[in-house]
Design a protein around this ligand. Structure first.
Ligand code: HEC
Length: 331
């Protein structure tokens, strides 16, 4: 027969568990003075007291039925302080450790014998706590106001957007000199395009009242960007300054409607879209019919830039030849 856990210990555990559960559901300690919390504690303590008295009665009856030797053993146990007993229990040695006798489970039917060691009590206790915690957590999470994933996400999202807006205010803005194609900005560029440009340039920039941007024909080609690599800067230039021929294409940058980095974004989108579009042999593309002239950066057969390619090849070829002969002689 084992001595009962003292009432005080049970009371401390009960108050701890109830407080923990309240905290989990409410996420603050304001409930400490609430009548519901205090009533829960009071009722639990009363129930524990009743349980304790019943236990005492049962123990007295059990004690009467013990043999003299068992009674002595029990009295000895009761004398040791509770925590010492608890400690001893938690780390109680296995039968094998105390008696040297190996505990064996015999399955019988299959002849397999298995070691039968008890798990340490502290370990089993931890297991029990995780089960209780899981149940409380599951209920709190799925049936109460405990977790707010979506609201928390929205909050976080807003903070991030505000931080980006804040950064954008002080971030250096691109100019025609510094503007460069940036593949990371294509997606944002598409958003700007759909908000600001689609009404005139159409779905996927295939042209509407404004020209098709996916073909190799351009109305506005600035002299300084008449090269194979000029396409991106030329787009940036037109979006910044607008078109000199047609005022409906207004100066988005110079007019203060879009800032430099936004123009880099939308230009990156248009550039990538143009690069990715498979053009017909004559440089036209699906959508509105071509307007303007075939651009220097066009890769279609009739492109004037094609003449530059052989010259370049001729320059590099001899160099390679020198390299390989030099390598041959040193070997
Ligand atoms: C109100 C209508 C309208 C809006 C809005 C508009 N465009 Fe245009 N865009 C035009 C017209 C019209 C042209 C042709 C101008 C010309 O004939 O020189 C043009 C020309 C262009 C060109 C040069 C095309 C070429 O072939 O020379 C680019 C690049 C361009 N727009 C980009 C944009 C971008 C980017 C936006 C959004 C930020 C935008 N446009 C918004 C009407 C518009």
């Amino acid at each position: 027969m084992k001595p009962r856990t003292p009432f005080v210990v049970n009371a401390i555990i009960a108050v701890g568990l109830i407080t923990g559960a309240f905290y989990m559901f409410l996420q603050n300690f304001d409930f400490i003075t609430s009548p519901i919390f205090l009533a829960t504690i009071a009722i639990s303590l009363v129930l524990l007291l009743i349980n304790n008295s019943l236990g005492a009665l049962i123990d007295a009856e059990k004690f009467r039925q013990l043999s003299e030797e068992q009674k002595k053993e029990y009295i000895e146990l009761v004398k040791t302080p509770y925590l010492t007993r608890l400690w001893g229990d938690a780390f109680k040695q296995s039968k094998e450790e105390t008696t040297g006798e190996v505990a064996i489970l015999d399955h019988g039917f299959d002849g397999i014998k298995e070691l039968d060691n008890l798990l340490p009590k502290w370990y089993v206790g931890l297991f029990a706590i995780t089960i209780v915690y899981a149940v409380v957590y599951f209920v709190a999470y799925s049936a109460t106001d405990f977790a707010h994933q979506i609201e928390e996400y929205d909050e976080e999202y807003k903070t991030q957007l505000a931080a980006i807006a804040e950064y954008d205010k002080i971030a250096p803005q691109a100019t025609i000199e510094t503007a460069e194609y940036n593949p990371d900005w294509v997606a944002e560029g598409e958003v700007i395009y759909n908000q600001t440009c689609k009404t005139c340039h159409g779905e996927g920039a295939q042209g509407l009242s404004g020209p098709n941007q996916t073909d190799d024909y351009w109305i506005n080609i600035q002299d300084e960007y008449k090269s194979e690599a000029g396409e991106f800067k030329n787009i940036f230039y037109t979006v910044w300054n607008g078109s000199k021929n047609d005022a409906t294409m207004r100066p988005f940058g110079a007019g203060g409607e879009l800032r430099g980095n936004d123009i880099v974004k939308v230009s990156s989108y248009l550039y990538k879209l143009n690069q990715d579009t498979k053009k017909n042999a004559d440089g036209s593309a699906p959508g509105k019919a071509p307007q303007g002239n075939l651009a220097p950066w066009s890769k279609s057969a009739a492109a004037p830039a094609a003449s530059a390619a052989p010259a370049e090849a001729a320059v590099t070829a001899p160099e390679q030849g020198v390299d390989s002969t030099a390598a041959a002689t040193t070997e």
